[in-house]
Design a protein around this ligand. Structure first.
Ligand code: F6R
Length: 248
């Protein structure tokens, strides 16, 4: 695991942007795995600006998002599909058919998840998977006790994750408790992984991921077993790392 510590959120974004741009300008990195949430927002803005400057071309890029809430239509303002549309896809030259998303209203959950896995394989696998991390140490919505070999499936969200997602909804009752998510095993098959974390609230999860044991109680710790993972942190998210001097 390559751990990079930057002074603040803006420099995390700048470093992550250069990392993604570099990979996207290589021919074989045309299939991306993407997260939603607060963490990637600045990166998506930087990618849009990079595209507007002519530095990044999305013409033949395919994207697979990590997860979607069960019960929300793709055009629901709080769906992850909608989040991606307004924060990234509306502003870049990606072909609509190249955007791959789990349905929040699947007719059959197992079929939906299997078809998603198959679509990833058909395109030759995800080349660069971008991730955030939850306070519970989750990647995607792989909450504690998720199998580290898990595939795309439905998952119940923990209380902490529901609380964290509350800020995007008008009332407690509206926050979904259930989601479809790529599995840890699915994520681990990506050729390269970039995880970004900022802010003090992520410091415990980051320390568990980087320096703790590999355990299903912090599914991000599985990334210790991935041969090409880069983690970019701000000072606040890196605050509980014991070996921070070494990473610097
Ligand atoms: C979202 C996802 C989650 C988030 C994580 C952090 O698609 O897969 O694992 O990356 O919950 O969320 P933020 O960035 O909102 O702190």
């Amino acid at each position: 695991m390559n751990v990079i510590i930057r002074p603040d959120e803006q420099s995390v974004t700048d470093t992550a942007y250069l990392f993604v741009k570099d990979r996207m300008n290589r021919k074989r990195y045309r299939v991306l795995g993407l997260p939603t949430g607060g963490t990637p927002l600045r990166l998506y803005r930087a990618l849009v600006e990079g595209h507007q400057r002519g530095d990044i071309d999305f013409a033949d890029v395919h994207t697979f998002n990590l997860d979607e809430y069960i019960g929300l239509e793709g055009d629901h303002p709080q769906s992850y599909r909608h989040f991606m549309q307004v924060n990234l896809f509306d502003h870049i030259n990606i072909a609509a058919d190249n955007i791959h998303f789990l349905s929040g209203l699947p007719t059959d959950i197992e079929d939906e998840c299997e078809a998603y896995e198959e679509a990833i394989v058909e395109l030759g696998g995800i080349k660069l998977q971008i991730l955030g991390i939850g306070r519970t140490g989750h990647i995607g919505f792989n909450e504690p006790t998720s199998s580290l070999a898990s595939r795309t499936r439905d998952k119940t969200l923990t209380r902490e994750t529901v609380e964290d997602n509350r800020r995007f909804f008008d009332s407690d009752e509206e926050v979904p408790r259930w989601a479809l998510t790529m599995g840890v095993g699915t994520i681990m098959e990506a050729r390269e992984i970039l995880l970004i974390a900022t802010g003090r609230s992520k410091a415990d999860a980051v320390a568990a991921m980087v320096e703790g044991p590999v355990t299903a109680m912090c599914t991000a710790s599985a990334l210790q077993m991935h041969p090409r993972t880069t983690v970019i942190l701000d000072e606040a998210a890196a605050a509980k790392l014991d070996e921070d001097e070494y990473y610097r």
